[in-house]
Design a binder for this molecule. Structure first.
Ligand code: SF4
Length: 646
């Protein structure tokens, strides 16, 4: 029995790096791309990654600048691209060789390395091997299982954040035509608390800024986020902001290398090209965070209360010169109540809760007071906490006090992870439906939507565990490893009558099957999608609400691959038969039909401030949205949890 904390003899412990990216990022990216996709194929791919009319990055949702550089990608983006651009495939021979029970012993890294899924396969009840099945038979099987259910709510339709807008729109439409709102998605596990808090506080569950705001603001607060690992191109934007004179405050238990010093690996980001090789060879970049607050885990709300208390102290010392009173009066509600509650919070509670001293917090607050404009960015370090909603509402309060929203160079930026997690929610992938979306969907497609809210991810896991769900359908993703309580999820999945995974690569969710299980191989974003109406493109939505197009460049690695929209349309036709009111063939023959329907439904969750980029449709949404945004604010009056911050 190993003693706890017994360190493996070959484990090397070294000092954490204090610079990020630079030549290491270039080496890492090229090694991955050339080893997985080859030099020619890989290089061609990178030249199309995040380019206008090119392939939108499959990794995170960081927005693309209007003026793209040749290497408009980071190491993560290159890795995700390379992963999909592999030409090795696994099909009937692979599954004949490896039993499912054997494959389950392998880790996801090994499974991923085996290659792209090449054809639809089925694991029949009682069998330990997947074997080939035709698309037609696969849809017939799924349709018969779905239509045999006692209630449509015994089916679960899960969505990973990689699903395109077009596929997501069709998927939610199919699920609702089938009769359920059981549409859990990965957003339930990442920024759900953001959506709830921002919708309550400002009426828009998303970022309120554009890239230019971030790069030209005077102060950026980065809370509970590690851009160097999660959205590396954000570091280039932070660097640009620093070079424009901005200050950065990092609030994070750890001093992440990306917010200590950043060596920008993109040569086109250097106004003096001679500085580029020097920076790379010397591994010398620019210092990022001006202040790092090493907050106690879960102590962010305490920090925010502390920052606001100092701001109020400065206001009392210089009345009407710190707070934006005109803005508070005209655009917010609940201010007095909020101030009363803040005044009741003792500094002792704040210092205990945050793990910081008043002096540390005051230094940061002084930077805030000195900055005419401010942007705050956050991610899972904030959202995945019990008090996340209250903490995010306090981020909003901090901005409302000084009118730091709804104007240029100021606002809120929850940084999304998966490349289209936000777009999927906008398309209606949510277990709830807002009334306007429901009404428009019913009008547009002339049917009655299911009225009861569906299962979110946690409810879906419980429903499978308790036998209340019998069919689990996953559009991408790795549900088993992405969700909490892996054992409970595995048990739930194995209890299902049927599990279906639409994937590009094999993973453990597809190996943790129901009595019968199907794997349906789909096209990757980098592969050409030829529908009945010719070559198609899809779209995704960035963290900052840009909708960008994505068009494949490679021939599919297998003739059996199908696009996500095609898979949904065929599944819907076979399952719904003549009870459907949707022309699925038209939708998957020409995706413009899908894009024509989307605006009629009115986007879920948002005011109409979606900005289309890549030049194929422009709505001057920013001003409209932000004006509405300004008009809708109210502040939350939450106190620190009873007994101070845990
Ligand atoms: S920052 Fe995100 S979107 Fe951009 S290339 Fe990297 S992983 Fe892709």
């Amino acid at each position: 029995m190993k003693k706890p904390h017994q360190i493996e003899s070959n484990l090397k412990i070294s000092k954490p790096p204090d610079t990020s990216a630079g030549r290491h990022a270039i080496e890492g990216a090229l090694k991955q791309v050339f080893s997985k996709a080859g030099v020619i194929r890989g290089s061609r791919g990178l030249l199309h990654l995040n380019q206008k009319g090119g392939v939108d990055c499959q990794s995170c949702a960081w927005p693309d600048p209007e003026h793209r550089t040749i290497n408009e990608f980071c190491e993560n983006g290159a890795k995700a691209f390379a992963d999909e651009a592999m030409t090795e495939t696994i099909g009937r021979d692979f599954f004949a060789k490896y039993a499912v029970s054997e494959l389950r012993q392998r880790d996801d890294y090994w499974l991923n390395k085996q290659g792209r899924l090449a054809e639809p396969v089925i694991k029949k009840s009682g069998s330990d091997h997947y074997e080939p099945i035709s698309w037609e038979d696969a849809f017939q099987l799924i349709a018969s299982e779905l239509n045999a259910l006692d209630s449509p709510n015994e089916a679960i339709f899960y969505t990973s954040g990689r699903t395109s807008n077009e596929a997501a729109f069709l998927y939610q439409l199919f699920a609702r035509q089938f009769g359920t709102n059981n549409l859990p998605d990965c957003s339930n596990m990442c920024h759900e608390s953001t959506s709830v808090a921002l919708s309550e506080a400002i009426g828009l569950g998303k970022a309120s800024i554009v890239l230019e705001d971030l790069e030209t603001t005077e102060l950026i607060i980065v809370m509970g986020q590690n851009p160097g690992t999660n959205s590396p191109r954000m570091l280039s934007s932070l660097r640009r902001a620093k070079m424009n004179g901005a200050k950065i405050i990092s609030i994070n238990p750890l001093a992440e290398a990306g917010l200590v010093e950043f060596v920008d690996p993109n040569p086109q980001h250097y106004s003096n090209p001679l500085k580029y090789p020097v920076a790379l060879l010397a591994d010398k970049g620019i210092p990022m965070a001006d202040i790092h607050l090493p907050v106690r885990i879960g102590g962010d709300m305490a920090v925010l209360k502390g920052l606001m208390k100092v701001i109020l102290e400065r206001e009392s010392e210089q009345p009407s010169s710190i707070l934006d009173h005109e803005f508070i009066r005209q655009k917010t509600s609940g201010f007095d109540e909020f101030i009363n509650s803040l005044n009741k919070v003792a500094w002792a509670e704040i210092e205990f809760g945050s793990g910081l001293t008043k002096e540390q917090i005051t230094a940061a607050a002084e930077l805030i007071v000195a900055s005419p404009t401010m942007v705050t960015c956050w991610a899972m370090g904030i959202t995945q906490h019990r008090d996340a909603v209250a903490t995010i509402e306090d981020i909003v309060n901090l901005h409302l006090l000084r009118g730091q929203i709804g104007k240029p160079r100021a606002g809120l930026c929850p940084v999304r992870g998966h490349s289209n997690v936000q777009g999927d929610r906008t398309m209606g992938i949510w277990e709830k439906m807002n009334p306007r979306f429901r009404e428009n969907l019913e009008t547009e497609f002339n049917f009655q939507t299911p009225k009861d809210d569906g299962f979110n991810t946690v409810h879906a896991i419980a429903a499978m565990r308790d036998g209340r769900a019998k069919v689990f359908f996953a559009m991408g993703g790795n549900f088993l490893t992405a969700t909490p309580d892996t054992h409970v999820v595995a048990e739930g999945l194995s209890q299902c009558k049927l599990t279906v995974s639409v994937l590009t690569k094999l993973n453990h969710t597809a190996l943790t099957s129901g009595r019968t299980s199907l794997i349906l191989p789909c096209l990757g974003r980098s592969e050409i999608d030829r529908g009945a109406g010719g070559e198609q493109f899809v779209s995704t939505e960035s963290t900052m609400l840009n909708v960008q197009m994505s068009k494949g460049i490679y021939e599919p690695v297998s003739e059996h691959l199908r696009s996500e929209p095609w898979i949904v349309c065929q599944l819907a036709k076979v399952t719904l038969g003549d009870r459907t009111t949707v022309d699925w063939d038209a939708m998957c023959a020409d995706y413009d039909r899908i894009r024509e329907a989307i605006p009629h439904i009115g986007l879920h969750h948002t005011s109409p401030d979606i900005r289309w980029s890549d030049g194929y449709c422009g709505i001057p949404g920013a001003l409209i949205g932000l004006r509405q945004l300004r008009g809708r604010r109210k502040s939350a009056t939450r106190h620190l949890p009873p007994g101070g911050v845990h």
